[in-house]
Design a protein around this ligand. Sequence first.
Ligand SMILES: [Zn+2]
Length: 265
Amino acid sequence: MYPEFGAKPRNLQLGLALDGMNPFGNLSTNLSSWPILLMIYNIPPWLCMKRKYMMLCMMMAGPRQPRNVIDVYLTPLIEDLRNLWVDGVNVYDANVGQTFRLRAMIFCTVNDFLAYGNLSSYSVKRHHACPICEKNTSFMQLKHCKKTIYTRHRRFLKPYHSYRRLKKAFNGTPEIEGALEPLAGHEMYDRVKDIIIVFGKTQRKDHADKNIRKKMSMFFDLPYWTNLNVRHCLNVMHVEKNVCDSLIGTLLNIKGKTKDGLKCR
Ligand SMILES: [Zn+2]
């Protein structure tokens, strides 16, 4: 799509990684810090995850999680990225000994599911938790523990996978329907462009109920963002780590980590 950009090997293709963490988890519970890292993906794979090629470009720290106000914090970053794409900046190449115009683009964000919700401004909680299936998310409300569980995962298998026809091993019904396709960038933009953004706690309840998407993601300010088909990636290893943390925390009954609460019982 952008051959002029792609032809220059010194242009940066960046991945943006972001997650909330508490560096002093064992000391205080009310500190949340959100580091934002930029990774350069168009250098060799054995280098791009090295520490010296990662850029900590921003750090959000505060007593509470930033939630959807995250956009306000991200504004200066998006502005810079916009400049880097539209005009570029002059950078000195010490190896060749000349100045050149450096441009950069973000081609995806890498995060866990909760940060995904923050960045794509989709509510990843409650019934319609899947940002792809949206209102077609298959869920069940458990009667006693009042938790939502998500079902019908077999539709993500290959069309003729043998599991799809098995009934007894699963919930008694076959699953023949296919998985939904994610929306392309411009389709998503059409969907969210008219949403009025209200930041802070004054957000009206009815407004939030009408749209599953609460606002337009900040990243749509980047001119190329609508041309990306996969905009947000889930870091599977990180999600697995979170699941393992919860499992171990529950099995060993670690205070603050265990999920064995009253509702679960
Ligand atoms: Zn889904």
